[in-house]
Design a protein around this ligand. Structure first.
Ligand code: MET
Length: 532
């Protein structure tokens, strides 16, 4: 679009690349929808944007899941990606620009290059790891996890068999040397880690002193081979973090890389904070690459008091909710109900209550009432506001406030809840205006003044909805499109919804007089009974 600058740095947002050992759940969808809303918001500002998601396909966990299912790890990953992950993002209307899989050659080649560079620079050395090992489990145990036999022998808690003290040679990254540089960086960039609680946790952790990080494994082989020693594979987290670089052309497409990297925002769940806020910037510093702008951690999603996480799934799938509430309401609900960065809980009751009062009653009814009245009193042709007064000025002022606040909250602060509330407060204000103005009563006055007053009320309401459609487009794109069509905005000359700019949304009087307003599709249909 016109305002995109050629060669300018893109606003680059990422989600974690999710492990494919299981199907996506509400927690994954929460983060991915947040990223989608954030990037759509920036697109709506006319900025160049890059939105990346993908899948993390290496490591022991994936290997074991594949084994347990009797297929090769690659077959397992292909199946899950094509049958579960990509379809869900499509279903939720996620407008990602790319989808990276860590088993792709464009990734693995560059991961090897990156690690080789670190090795050549002396940032990686060969060291030993020694610890209690359970052959049954094929893994090192933490000393604290062991149980003791009567004679004092240490046993594996799973197999109840003696562990062996095993010594393995591994490659280590000199992470310990980056502590002071990281502290200095956090202090110079107070916005790097969000929210504040996450930032404090990381700073305290780093201040306690960092240990070097083992970055290779030799006890299994489902991973990217260490380029100078193929008895080892690269530790899955080093492999995974590099997706943010390899996906945007690291080592392959310098032009793309320069105009995209580093990410402006890495959206993550708080369980993977240290990887993103400590290890990832240290890896980049070690290789002389720029570090990201922000790591934004969201909290846990609790369902019925249980945490939605990779290891603890409740039975509810995103599709169970979208088939009941619709995709747009789903996208809206979690961002509306939970303060971003905090833990939040989900319940059918809460979703149902908010859907009914905020979406169907406040927003949906406003849209359908206004369209119905323009139809009834003006034959569906939008009349001009020729009798505006203080009540109309108050609406125009309310809109200006809503735009400024929503743009600051969503666009700058990642406060999705605050941004959505700013728009919905405006919707409430417009509802209040209609209740006070009582257009159905004004309609009984057939004098010229009466007609002018009625026209003014309906224009004011329709013009308000024009702005609401733009501001909610990043959150509920299908609904906004329906409203845009119902207002006849594009046909009347305003152009497609995607071309409307947030910065311009508050400018009053854009919806052309004479637009054909039709009642159109119901934005938020009445809910069926909750499925059993
Ligand atoms: N695979 C990890 C997870 O799902 C995220 C990796 S992001 C570089 O927690």
């Amino acid at each position: 679009t016109g305002s995109e600058k050629q060669g300018a740095k893109a606003f680059y947002v990422s989600t974690p690349i999710y492990y494919v050992n299981d199907a996506p759940h509400l927690g994954h969808a929460y983060t991915t929808v947040a990223g989608d809303v954030l990037t759509r918001w920036h697109r709506q500002r006319g900025e160049k944007v890059w939105y990346l998601t993908g899948t993390d396909e290496h490591g022991q966990k994936i290997m074991r899941t594949a084994d347990a299912n009797g297929v090769t790890p690659q077959e397992w990953c292909d199946k899950l990606v094509e049958e579960a992950w990509r379809p869900l993002w499509e279903h939720l209307n996620i407008a990602n620009d790319d989808f990276i899989r860590t088993t792709e050659k464009r990734h693995t080649d560059r991961v090897q290059e990156f690690v080789q560079d670190l090795y050549d620079k002396g940032e990686i050395y060969k060291g030993g790891y020694e610890g209690p090992y359970c052959v049954g489990c094929e893994e090192y145990k933490l000393p604290g996890d062991l149980i003791e036999a009567e004679d004092g022998t240490k046993l594996c808690p799973v197999h109840k068999k003696p562990v062996e003290i095993l010594k393995e040679e591994n490659y280590f990254f000199k992470l310990s040397e980056y502590g002071p540089k990281l502290i200095e960086f956090y202090e110079a960039n107070p916005g790097f880690i969000q929210p504040e609680s996450a930032r404090n946790e990381v700073v305290n952790f780093v201040k306690q002193g960092l240990e070097d990080l083992s970055i290779s494994r030799s006890t299994f082989d489902w991973g990217v081979p260490v380029p100078w020693d193929d008895k080892h594979v690269i530790y899955v987290w080093i492999d995974a973090l590099l997706n943010y670089a390899t996906a945007v052309g690291y080592g392959a497409n310098p032009e793309k890389f320069d105009e995209t990297f580093p990410a402006n925002v890495h959206l993550i769940g708080k369980d993977i904070l240290r990887f993103h806020a400590v290890i990832w910037p240290a890896m980049l510093m070690a290789n002389g690459l720029p570090v990201p702008g922000k790591v934004a951690a969201n909290g846990w999603l609790m369902v019925g008091g249980e945490k939605m996480s990779k290891s603890n799934l409740t039975g509810i799938k995103p599709q169970d909710l979208t088939s009941h509430f619709g995709v747009d309401a789903y996208r809206w609900y979690f961002l509306r109900a939970i303060a971003f960065g905090q833990d939040g809980s989900f319940s059918w009751e809460d979703f149902t209550a908010r859907y009914t009062s905020e979406l169907a009653n406040d927003y949906g009814n406003l849209a359908s009432r206004v369209a119905a009245m323009v139809g009834k009193y003006f034959g569906g042709t939008l009349p001009a506001a020729t009798a505006s007064g203080p009540a109309e000025q108050a609406i125009a002022d309310g809109l200006t406030r809503a735009v400024t606040e929503a743009d600051r909250k969503v666009g700058e602060e990642l406060d999705f809840q605050g941004g959505i509330l700013a728009v919905f407060d405006f919707v409430k204000q417009v509802n209040g205006y209609i209740t006070e103005q009582e257009p159905w009563k004004v309609a009984k006055d057939e004098s010229e003044e009466g007609r002018a007053r009625l026209a003014t009320i309906l224009y004011t309401a329709a013009e308000s909805l024009r702005a609401v459609a733009v501001l909610l487009n990043p959150v509920m794109p299908d609904t906004s499109q329906k409203l845009w069509e119902s207002l006849g905005a594009e046909a009347a000359g305003l152009g497609p919804l995607a071309d409307q700019r947030v910065q311009d949304a508050g400018r009053w009087g854009q919806l052309p007089v004479g637009a054909t307003v039709t009642k159109g599709a119901v934005l938020f249909p009445r809910l069926e009974e909750k499925p059993a």
